[in-house]
Design a protein around this ligand. Structure first.
Ligand SMILES: Cc1cc2nc3c(=O)[nH]c(=O)nc-3n(C[C@H](O)[C@H](O)[C@H](O)COP(=O)(O)OP(=O)(O)OC[C@H]3O[C@@H](n4cnc5c(N)ncnc54)[C@H](O)[C@@H]3O)c2cc1C
Length: 459
């Protein structure tokens, strides 16, 4: 428990109105996008400047109080749950877009800026920030950098780290440091900017980011391909990519998600399909037409039972709305969802999908598959109930086998959601003791009192 005098110090640093301590308020900041983790903080603070954060960190470090950074709280790995209590430091009041440099294709933003707000401002300048986590209505730049978030556009544009040029960070000991810069190329010593990217709030508080942005492509086209076998859909991903077309997005929805979407909010998806792939190509209009034609040709020639190029933007929007709704549909259907985030080499997608189907039968579970098929990042999601011990144990076994399969196929534990609490029990096994201990030693160097988001990533 944090004592009254520390609360008083926090109020002096950020003002009384920016410190929350009531039970109801603490509950609000006790959970994130996961459905199995919850823990109340002792206090929630909303700083507005890096200097205030520096003051908070010095105070926390002196008293060895855990500090859990939080942006939108949308992560799905338990990252912003304050498992050791202490301070939740929420950045949502640091939401200024400080500069958009059209000539340099960069944006300078505070870490609490919500992605949707950034892209709305950028669009007015004919620009966009390509990484597109589907939580863009609430996810903040700090959370996006700390998770190295991706999204459907990863297949062509990559993930956050490809757009991160520089950072301002407050260290656990209170120093404010600047890393990287505003140039596309920068080889000056160790790349510490990247160390903080995907650090999941365990090394410091990101207060400002210098981001690379792109010009908005003038044209886009969506194609829906329908399959009677989800593994054929998986095979089509590689076939399209080897045909010479790199779509902006290739997303997969399986039959369970399709039926659930049509049940809740009909959007015109084929309910009898085993799976659909939704492709988007973007770029110059002529190229976009040709690329869409090529996708139609490849899919028709390799097992798609129907291929629908969207006739207009309305139809395209419906398909993308279905994709965006996918996660909410899954989470709304079961008390607990174990949403996996394994990523495999792209040619191995059909193997992973087949394994998920086998495991669903073996453990008598609903395992739903959707995700960013274009970059090998699938989200097999196991529907369960943490309160039903026997069912939950079967679900956990299935998850273990999904992870084992992904690793055997040459994949990784997480493509974009991070480790947090959700996958920490697999971490040492996936990376080995030498690498795990090296990472822990780096953390100990930067955070000697282990106050930054303790209890995360490794056990
Ligand atoms: C419906 C839905 C769809 C999603 N789709 C995607 C997707 O397509 N791709 C994807 O990658 N993710 C996706 N996510 C996961 C999530 O939105 C991302 O991880 C996002 O980056 C989290 O941002 P946030 O601001 O909500 O961060 P939070 O959830 O608040 O925090 C995430 C982590 O970052 C740390 N953190 C937050 N702010 C800071 C800071 N300023 N400094 C240091 N550390 C910080 C926290 O401690 C925590 O460990 C989805 C989530 C939902 C609920």
């Amino acid at each position: 428990m944090i004592n009254e005098s520390v609360i008083g110090e926090l109020q002096k640093i950020v003002g009384r109105e920016n410190v929350l301590t009531t039970t109801e308020n603490l509950k609000t900041y006790s959970y994130d996008g996961t459905s199995s983790w919850i823990h109340d903080p002792d206090v929630v603070v909303f700083p507005k400047t890096a200097e205030q954060i520096s003051g908070i960190m010095k105070l926390a470090n002196a008293h060895k109080i855990p500090v859990t950074p939080r942006g939108g709280g949308t992560n799905v790995s338990g990252g912003s749950v304050p498992v050791m209590g202490g301070i939740v430091l929420c950045t949502t009041k640091m939401d200024r877009i400080l500069n958009i440099d059209k000539e340099n294709f960069t944006a300078t933003v505070e870490s609490g800026v919500v992605l949707m707000n950034l892209n709305t401002r950028l669009a007015a300048e004919g620009l966009f920030f390509p990484p597109d986590p589907q939580s863009f209505l609430a996810a903040t730049i700090g959370g996006i950098v700390a998770e190295n978030a991706g999204g459907p556009a990863g297949v062509k544009y990559g993930v956050t780290k490809q757009y991160l040029l520089g950072l301002e960070v407050v260290l656990p000991t209170g120093e404010i440091i600047n890393l990287g810069g505003r140039t596309v190329k920068n080889v000056v010593g160790y790349d510490l900017t990247m160390l903080f990217c995907s650090s999941e709030g365990t090394l410091g508080i990101i207060t400002k980011a210098e981001l690379k942005v792109n010009a908005l492509p003038p044209a886009r086209k969506t194609v829906l391909a329908i399959y009677d076998d989800v593994a054929t859909a998986g095979e089509n991903v590689s076939l399209v990519l080897t045909s010479g077309v790199t779509p902006g997005k290739i997303e997969l929805l399986d039959n369970w998600v399709i039926r659930r979407i049509e049940e809740v909010s009909p959007l015109g998806l084929p309910q009898d399909a085993d799976a659909v792939l939704i492709f988007e190509v973007d770029g110059m209009a002529e190229a976009v037409e040709k690329e869409a034609e090529k996708i139609v040709e490849v899919a028709r020639g390799h097992g798609a039972i129907e291929v629908r190029p969207a006739k207009d933007q309305d139809e395209a929007n419906r398909y993308w709305m279905a994709r965006r709704a996918g996660f909410a549909m899954i989470f709304g259907k079961a008390p607990t969802v174990l949403a996996e985030d394994v990523t495999v080499p792209r040619g191995k997608i059909p193997h992973l999908i087949r394994k998920c189907r086998e495991l669903a039968k073996k453990y008598d579970l609903e395992i739903v598959v959707l995700g960013h098929a274009g970059d090998g990042n699938l989200h097999p999601s196991v529907l369960t109930d943490i309160k039903n011990k026997e069912h939950f144990a079967r679900a956990e076994k299935a998850v273990e086998e999904i992870i084992e399969t992904a690793l055997e196929l040459g994949g990784v534990l997480s493509g974009e959601h991070g480790i947090g609490l959700e996958k920490q029990r697999f971490f040492r096994r996936a990376l080995g003791s030498t690498v795990t201990d090296l990472m822990k030693n780096i953390k100990a160097l930067i955070d000697p009192n282990n106050i930054m988001n303790p209890g995360k990533i490794w056990d």
